[in-house]
Design a protein around this ligand. Structure first.
Ligand code: 2M8
Length: 456
């Protein structure tokens, strides 16, 4: 297990000689992150965690590729390539790609539950039928610029059609509300699984914790039950997948038959940022960036029209079952900052929310952003996505701050991220006040994104 901060400096292969490399000020930290990624590397991808998540996860691989770009760029490309080899014919990139060498009971719900082989147009390997936020084009573009090379350009060219197909799937099959936004059909698709953002739509999903008796949860074998979703949450998760699977994971006519349909600000901001990144990639490989720029602008307009509430100055998810914005003010509301075309008024609104007591963003801040509003009655500092701080969300917000020229705030956030992981190690998530590490102690995206923030 690699979660201590080693005290010796050693040699590394980080590019350049800046703060991020193995011989610089943060050398020991760099080595811990590197050792974490090495230990989680699995022939062509990196598992998020050997214990809790022993397969390949979609948005994890994107964040992890960003880290590998600093160490071994060929692994960054392998990470994304192996994921896109599992892309379905309709363009969806599955949220889990199962490793057949891992015992089927090691993770719940495992390969047998998803039964992807019974569906037309699926790849030879077993996968889930859900997706996750499409941060892959952003990651590919970021990784490429961190380690520019001819091999990188070749890989961008190879990935480009899959990245475009991923976006097309979300823009067509998943535009369930018909207004230019993609809907998620399960909280797992948001990546922030049991965020209070989903409490309202989840409460309408018929399920009973007793229905879980036929299954065996594995997460609570490796992590404290009090830090994980409840059995009732899991019963609902299972019920929603069961409904989607029964329809062959098809998206046609979902409003008539599906219990969970939500337009998420982070998910859709990621789509917009993906189009921005694809414009850069297209220009680099000799394709036309124009359509990507246009799509980025349209997605930004739709996010504004559908998810911005001028009364409160916040972005919140829209529940398609009620056609209402969900009430909780979570960190999801800060995600539209990654849209470079976000108008100044909404940039200011997001910054007002981020710098308020709810989230505590500042040029000097003790801790990174929590995942939920600190002042809310249902803020839970220990429970996964209901309060703890996560490196990937903080990385995205920092990316957005830099994109909008808020360098002082971005620097404050960066320093707090380095301090957090430097003290606690590469944990999955962190207590938002004490900084104590929670969940998996050797978590890949924490290590990968730490390397990226150390580098610049
Ligand atoms: C968590 O989600 C999985 C289900 O996909 C789980 O709880 O078993 C989330 O934190 C998700 O964002 C992440 O991709 C995954 C693997 O790290 O774990």
């Amino acid at each position: 297990m690699v979660n201590r901060i080693v005290s010796s400096t050693g040699s590394g292969t980080a590019p350049g000689g800046g703060a991020g490399d193995a011989s610089g000020e943060h050398g020991p930290l760099w080595q811990v992150a590197r050792a974490t990624l090495d230990a989680n590397w699995e022939h062509d991808h990196t598992v998020p965690s050997r214990t809790l998540y022993p397969h390949q996860w979609s948005w994890d691989s994107a964040f992890i590729a960003i880290g590998w770009a600093h160490l071994r760029p060929e692994r960054a490309w392998s990470e994304l390539n192996s994921l896109f080899r599992a892309q379905w014919r309709d363009g969806r990139v599955p949220h889990i790609v199962f490793n057949p060498l891992v015992p089927s009971g090691a993770y719940f719900p495992g390969p047998g539950f998803w039964a992807s082989a019974q569906v037309e147009g699926t790849p030879p390997m077993v996968t889930s039928g859900l997706v996750q936020p499409p941060v892959h084009a952003l990651a590919a573009w970021h990784a490429y610029r961190r380690a520019r090379s001819e091999q990188g350009r070749t890989m961008l060219r190879r990935l480009y059609p899959g990245l475009v197909a991923q976006q097309r799937y979300l823009a067509t099959d998943r535009d369930i509300g018909g207004a230019g936004l993609a809907s998620i059909v399960h909280p797992w698709e948001s990546g922030v699984d049991n965020s209070p953002a989903w409490d309202a739509p989840m409460s309408a999903v018929p399920a009973d914790a007793a229905s879980l008796r036929g299954y065996r949860r594995r997460d609570t074998v490796h992590a404290a039950a009090a830090h994980r979703p409840t059995d009732l949450d899991y019963a609902r998760y299972v019920a929603i997948v069961t409904a989607y699977r029964a329809g062959g994971y098809r998206d046609a006519s979902l409003p008539d038959r599906h219990p969970f349909l939500v337009e998420c600000p982070l998910f859709n901001a990621a789509r917009g940022a993906a189009e921005q990144a694809l414009a850069g990639i297209a220009a680099e490989i000799g394709a036309d960036p124009g359509p990507h720029r246009e799509r980025a602008a349209r997605i930004t307009e739709a996010v504004l029209a559908r998810l911005y509430d001028p009364q409160t100055g916040t972005f919140r998810p829209r529940d398609l079952r009620t056609n209402r914005l969900t009430p909780a003010r979570t960190v999801l509301g800060l995600a539209p900052l990654i849209l470079t075309g976000l108008p100044a008024r909404q940039v200011e609104a997001v910054l007002a929310e981020a710098t308020s007591d709810r989230f505590g963003l500042a040029t000097r801040m003790a801790r990174p952003l929590p995942s939920h509003d600190r002042t809310a009655a249902d803020f839970e500092p220990l429970r996964y996505w209901r309060g703890p701080s996560w490196m990937n969300i903080n990385w995205l917000v920092r990316h957005g701050l830099l994109a909008h020229g808020r360098d002082g705030l971005a620097a404050g956030l960066r320093a707090s991220m380095i301090e957090l992981v430097g003290t606690a190690g590469c944990h999955e998530y962190f207590h938002p006040d004490t900084g104590v590490g929670l969940g998996s102690p050797a978590f890949s995206w924490t290590a990968a994104l730490l390397l990226d923030v150390l580098a610049a």
